[in-house]
Ligand binder design. Structure first.
Ligand SMILES: Cc1cc2nc3c(=O)[nH]c(=O)nc-3n(C[C@H](O)[C@H](O)[C@H](O)COP(=O)(O)OP(=O)(O)OC[C@H]3O[C@@H](n4cnc5c(N)ncnc54)[C@H](O)[C@@H]3O)c2cc1C
Length: 297
């Protein structure tokens, strides 16, 4: 970049679409359109968009695989970025280091690592979405969290400046990370060499358990709420008698009560109303305040 800031949307017409319905890009399959949906074709183009948005005071946000977000029926104003170009989804491996683009599917980074005889990421089997989305919320299972395998992260801040943050500058907690920059461009994982057959065996076992306990064949956004310390939110919701409760076409899963599943014709408003109902019932019955795990936009 030469230091001259380009203008949005005029200078980005080749990568910008207006009023694009977002439901199809989310796992809940609800929600309205993005005012501008922008899919850059290179890191330079991404930097230029972020800088132009900042300069013009236009809000921008990044949509990864859409497996942990609820988009409102009224849609999103400003820019919704997606890192769909292959330059953002490369996975390369050198010794025990796996480098993955922020737009790469987590499952892709995982399968490449397993094939190379590198253990760690198999503990995340069954988590949909991208590497960037996983890092943003420190996605994990009872077997491990993504943050524990991270060596460094390349991010873009809201001024469009690129910087690398190393392991010692990052903190990861239960479904949170200290990475608050708007774009995670690339991640370096440091994994442990192990026998590929052994890793695959572990991964299959974990996948079978996940499939047996979660409604994976339905539209959902995974767990709606975090687990309060030492408690299971699924159990709290179930004990409140809410399994199967519906608001319109949104329903509390009868397989796992911390999942809301959506049926044909559901709206984001129905999902929100159901979330509010679950929260107030659980407070009333158990005296516990549930904290959202999904991002309600
Ligand atoms: C069936 C199902 C099962 C699930 N199981 C689990 C599970 O076992 N454990 C678990 O932790 N989660 C689980 N989830 C939730 C979800 O898959 C994870 O949170 C996932 O990591 C989100 O990634 P994504 O790319 O879909 O992010 P999105 O939903 O697109 O975005 C989530 C957040 O991350 C931000 N983000 C996305 N990409 C980037 C990026 N490149 N740079 C900066 N910010 C970014 C977004 O702005 C947003 O704030 C499940 C979801 C479903 C639907």
């Amino acid at each position: 970049m030469t230091g001259c800031v380009m203008s949005f949307p005029q200078d980005f017409s080749e990568i910008t679409r207006r009023d694009v319905p977002l439901a199809a890009y989310t796992w809940l399959k609800v929600g309205g359109p993005a005012q501008y949906l922008v899919e850059p074709r290179s890191a330079d183009e991404l930097v230029a968009v972020v800088q132009a948005a900042q300069h013009a005071g236009i809000q921008s946000r990044l949509l990864g695989g859409g497996s942990n977000v609820l988009v409102p029926d009224t849609g999103l104003s400003g820019i919704t970025l997606r890192l769909t170009h292959e330059c953002f989804s490369r996975v390369t491996i050198e010794a025990a280091i796996v480098r993955a683009g922020g737009g790469a599917l987590l499952s892709h980074a995982m399968s490449q690592s397993v094939a190379a005889g590198l253990a760690g990421l198999e503990n995340l089997v069954g988590i949909p979405g991208t590497v960037g989305g996983a890092l943003h919320g420190n996605a994990g299972t009872r077997y491990g969290e993504v943050g524990q395998y991270v060596r460094s992260v390349t991010v873009l801040n809201s001024a469009g400046e690129q910087c690398v943050r190393t392991e010692d500058e990052l903190t990861f907690g239960y479904r949170t990370s200290s990475i608050n920059e708007p774009v995670i461009l690339e991640v370096e994982f440091e994994l442990t060499p192990d026998d590929p057959d052994e890793i695959t065996r572990r991964m299959r076992k974990q996948w079978i358990i996940k499939k047996a306990t979660q409604p994976l064949s339905f539209q959902s956004a995974g767990c709606i709420f975090k687990n309060p310390r030492g408690l299971s939110t699924g159990a709290l919701i179930e004990q409140a008698g809410l399994k199967g409760t519906r608001v319109g076409q949104a329903e509390v899963s009868d397989r796992h009560a911390n999942f809301v599943v959506t049926h044909e014709g559901a709206t984001a408003t129905e999902v929100r109303t159901l979330i509010d109902l679950i929260r107030s019932k659980v407070t009333e019955i158990h005296g516990v305040d549930l904290e959202l795990e999904i991002q309600v936009w």
